[in-house]
Design a protein around this ligand. Structure first.
Ligand SMILES: [Zn+2]
Length: 425
């Protein structure tokens, strides 16, 4: 995915800037189809892929997409901006007496001038702000004036593309998105939700196995996590009703979900331990209720207790479409459960909640602040880089954990289906 986004998609960037959109259109379309074909095969996505999933692949990462911008969408802003960069010099290359005919007269103007006019109209129709308020001029005449009829923008093409994508996204969210899609978008576009998707696999902790990454991509896209599943989960729930059911299956809580939870607990222990804190992990005794939070951490100037939770914002039981609603609900529950216990022991309590799509709950910022202070007071090299790495490692661990949950759900469900088939036979 990283290679596609950062190496393959930009391949057409230069061509998009120098080839008129009308000429590039059929090739851009073909290029987009090839990219989609690669994504579908590499990430084992359903074929045909639902339109909403295709839309999400092309959306910017910060709004919950995958950043695989379509070449046909880039073509018009790219060509427009390339010509505008040379607009002040172009009229000087034309004979004075023919400038008007070559640039403005619709019957005699040069093809590139006609293309720029067409691009400008397309961008205005797409709702891009014009004049001194935006990145494009009010009119085609202004385009050729000194300064191009706009304020100088450092990343003009990026500004225009981002504006168009954001407008398209807002239209979809307002007119077409279902409640479940709104929940998914709200979570996938929240702070730190995309860290796993943008982390380079440079250290063992940041490497995701292909199968794990595929499940992460499917979860973010909202398509079934796996193929060849029986109609029912081993818990009895119909998988047709919720194609991502395993991530909220109550029967997996004491199994793979606990492993996923514990992996994040161990990471927090390591981070604080490296920063010089004394860390105690509350031992897990199965089939018993716990009264203490997951982590008891003694720092130089404070004592904190942390309880970790991972929650699926798109579970059928969730009804709110507000960002971080699932994390906030869990945070409140943890506070009720552990705050008094911690305060009675002179400690501050913090819930550390992450949503399965990667979003951090609001309270995690407090834990990260305490960690940052400890890291900056320790002898860790490049503390800022270390903290970024900590966030990325946690993000990847959650996605690995999701994949584990999905795989265990699939194995147990297939086994249950096989047992009932034998019983009927
Ligand atoms: Zn289930």
């Amino acid at each position: 995915m990283i290679l596609l986004r950062l190496s393959v998609i930009p391949q057409l960037g230069y061509l998009a800037r120098v080839v008129p959109p009308s000429l590039l259109a059929p090739h851009a379309l073909r290029f987009d189809d090839m990219v989609l074909d690669v994504v579908q095969r590499k990430f084992l996505l359903p074929n045909p892929l639902p339109d909403v999933a295709k839309f999400f692949l092309s959306l910017p990462i910060k709004v919950g997409g995958f950043g695989l911008r379509k070449a046909r969408d880039v073509s018009c802003p790219a060509y427009f901006c390339a010509v505008s960069a040379a607009a002040e010099g172009i009229p000087e290359l034309l004979p004075v007496e023919r400038r008007r005919a070559l640039l403005f007269d619709e019957k005699t103007r040069a093809p590139f001038a006609a293309e720029v006019d067409l691009c400008l109209h397309q961008l205005i129709d797409a709702g891009v702000l014009t004049g001194l308020d935006g990145p494009i001029p009010d009119s085609f005449v202004d385009f050729w004036r000194p300064g191009g009829g706009v304020l100088a923008l450092p990343r003009r093409q990026h500004e225009i593309s981002t504006y168009i994508a954001a407008a398209e996204f807002r239209r979809w969210l307002h007119d077409a998105a279902t409640a479940k899609e709104k929940q998914r978008v709200a979570s996938a576009s929240a702070a730190k939700a995309s860290l796993w998707l943008t982390s380079f696999p440079t250290t063992p902790e940041l490497i995701m196995a292909d199968d794990d990454f595929v499940i992460g991509v499917k979860h973010r896209l909202g398509v079934p996590l796996m193929d060849d599943l029986p109609p029912k989960c081993f818990c009895g729930a119909a998988l047709m009703d919720d194609p991502q059911h395993f991530l909220s299956c109550s029967m997996l809580k004491r199994r793979a979900m606990t492993v996923r939870h514990d992996s994040v607990v161990r990471l927090l222990r390591d981070f604080f331990h490296h920063a010089g804190a004394l860390v105690h992990i509350e031992p897990r005794i199965y089939e018993t209720k716990r009264f203490r939070p997951d982590l008891d951490i003694l720092l130089a100037d404070t004592n904190i207790m942390i309880d970790v939770g991972i929650t699926n914002p798109c579970a059928p039981s969730r009804t709110s479409t507000t960002a971080l609603a699932a994390a906030t609900t869990m945070e409140k529950a943890k506070v009720v459960e552990y705050k008094k216990f911690a305060e009675e022991r002179g400690a501050k309590f913090f819930p550390f909640i992450i949503e399965t799509l990667g979003a951090y709950g609001k309270e995690t910022a407090k834990v990260l602040k305490v960690l940052a202070k400890a890291v900056f007071n320790s002898n860790i090299d490049s503390p800022s880089d270390y903290l970024v790495q900590c966030n990325r490692v946690v993000a990847v661990a959650v996605q690995r954990g999701n994949a584990l949950v999905a795989r265990q759900g699939a194995v147990l469900s297939r086994a249950a289906a096989a047992r009932s088939a034998y019983a009927e036979w």
